[in-house]
Design a protein around this ligand. Structure first.
Ligand SMILES: [Mn+2]
Length: 322
C-alpha cells in the first residue's frame, strides 16, 4: 500500500504541474471505462485544465447522459501530450494502436482495478480490491485535496453502479457503498441513472432477447443452461451483437443453474461461446479446453461448427469436467 500511496501523491503532483491531459480507456468501453474517463475529465476541467478525451470505440448510448460524453473524440488530435491517463485498461494493448504506438505521448499514468495489469505507466495505481476504476478516480481527487462535484460524482456513481452489477456482485465493498452514498448526497438521482443505464433499452434488443430465450436449453442435470443468438435473429430484428449485452444473465438466473452459456453466431460456421459460473465450476478451464480464455467465473471461446454441433460439444464437455 505504501507504493500505491507514493504513486497517488505522484499523480496528484502530475495533475498540479501540468496544464493539458489526454485521457483514454479500453475498446468497447463499458460504463466504468466511460464513467471513470469522464469523471477525471470533469474534475480536471473544473481545475481549469485542458482535457482531450479519446476513446477508440463509441460511447454506448446508455452513457451519453454523462457530463462531457459529447466531448469524447475517436481520433487523436495532431499534437503532443505530456501526460496520458489510461484507465480501466486490463491490458495495455486494449488501449488500441493509436495510443500504444503513439510517438507524441510523453508518459502514461495507469489507473486500474484489473488484477495483473502490467506496469506500463510512469505511475501505476493498480488496486484489484477497488470496486471500479471510478473509485480510484475518487481517491485521486481526494488525494488532490478536493471534493467531488456533482458532474464528476454522476460519472463516478454510474461507473460504480455498473461495475458492481447494481451492488449485486462481490466487489460491492464498503467503499463502493460509501462513495455511492456520498454521490447521492451530492444530488445524484439513483432512479435517473438506473433509467439511463437499464430502462432505456432499444426495442430491437428486446425483440432479439425474445428470440434468444426461445432457444433456452437446460442440461439434464439442470446445472447448465444456454441462450443463443444467430445471424438470422439479427436479420429478423435489426439488432446487432452490441444488443446482446447481459443476455447470459437470463440462463444464469435460473434456480439450480451453475453455469450459463451464451452461443453467439459470428459467421456461417462459427460461434462465440460465453461462460458465466455462479462460483462452483471454473469456467476458465472449460473455455481453455476449447482454446479460449477467461477467469474462474467468466470466460469465452470460439468454436467452428453448426449450432447443434457446437452446443452438443460444449454441453458434453461440461458434463465430463464435473
Ligand atoms: Mn472496471
Amino acid at each position: 500500500m505504501t507504493a500505491t500511496k507514493t504513486e497517488m501523491a505522484a499523480i496528484a503532483a502530475e495533475i498540479t504541474n501540468n496544464s493539458s491531459f489526454l485521457i483514454t480507456s479500453h475498446e468497447s468501453p463499458d460504463p466504468d471505462a466511460v464513467g471513470s474517463t469522464l469523471a477525471l475529465a470533469n474534475y480536471l476541467t473544473s481545475r481549469g485544465k485542458d482535457v482531450t478525451i479519446y476513446l477508440q470505440d463509441p460511447v454506448p448510448a446508455s452513457c451519453m447522459f454523462l457530463p462531457m460524453a459529447k466531448d469524447v473524440v475517436s481520433e487523436l488530435p495532431d499534437r503532443d501530450f505530456e501526460v496520458c491517463f489510461v484507465l480501466d485498461i486490463g491490458e495495455f494493448r486494449r488501449a488500441g494502436k493509436a495510443i500504444t504506438t503513439s510517438t507524441r505521448i510523453n508518459r502514461f499514468i495507469n489507473v486500474d482495478h484489473h488484477l495483473g495489469c502490467e506496469n506500463f505507466g510512469v505511475h501505476n495505481v493498480i488496486d484489484p480490491t477497488a470496486c471500479a476504476t471510478a473509485a480510484l478516480i475518487y481517491r485521486i481527487i481526494k488525494e488532490c485535496g478536493d471534493e467531488v462535484d456533482y458532474p464528476t460524482g454522476l460519472c463516478i456513481y454510474t461507473a460504480i453502479l455498473s461495475d458492481t452489477g447494481s451492488f449485486h456482485y462481490s466487489n460491492s465493498t464498503p467503499e463502493a457503498f460509501a462513495i455511492a452514498g456520498e454521490m447521492i448526497g451530492k444530488g445524484v438521482n439513483a432512479w435517473n441513472v438506473n433509467e439511463n443505464l437499464y430502462e432505456s433499452e432499444p426495442l430491437q434488443r428486446i425483440a432479439l432477447l425474445a428470440l434468444a430465450l426461445s432457444d433456452l436449453t437446460i442440461s439434464q442435470s439442470g446445472e447448465y443452461a444456454s441462450v443463443t443468438v444467430t445471424l438470422d435473429m439479427y436479420e429478423k430484428t435489426g439488432a446487432t451483437a452490441e444488443d446482446t449485452d447481459r443476455f447470459i444473465n437470463y440462463p444464469r438466473s435460473i434456480r439450480g443453474v451453475e453455469v450459463a452459456l451464451f452461443f453467439r453466431q459470428i459467421d456461417e460456421n462459427s460461434f462465440k461461446i460465453g461462460f458465466r459460473s455462479k462460483g462452483k465450476i471454473n469456467v476458465a478451464a472449460v473455455s481453455a479446453s476449447f482454446g479460449g480464455g477467461g477467469h474462474h467465473n467468466a470466460a469465452g471461446c470460439t468454436i467452428n461448427g453448426t449450432l447443434a454441433e457446437v452446443k452438443k460439444l460444449v454441453f458434453e464437455r461440461l458434463e465430463q469436467m464435473r
